[in-house]
Design a protein around this ligand. Structure first.
Ligand SMILES: [Zn+2]
Length: 47
């Protein structure tokens, strides 16, 4: 998995995660998760 915010590889056991449009996204840190949560449409690419 890739953190959509910073592009780092993260594994899917990361505790920083969000669901958007039926997909689950994983983050390296709470800061990346919060950035995503503020504006998920800007980061969640593809369908
Ligand atoms: Zn990150």
């Amino acid at each position: 998995m890739k953190d959509p915010i910073c592009g780092m590889n993260v594994n899917d056991s990361s505790k920083f995660r969000s669901s958007y449009n039926g997909r689950e996204y994983f983050f390296c840190s709470i800061a990346c998760k919060q950035s995503f949560d503020k504006n998920p449409g800007a980061y969640a690419k593809g369908k």
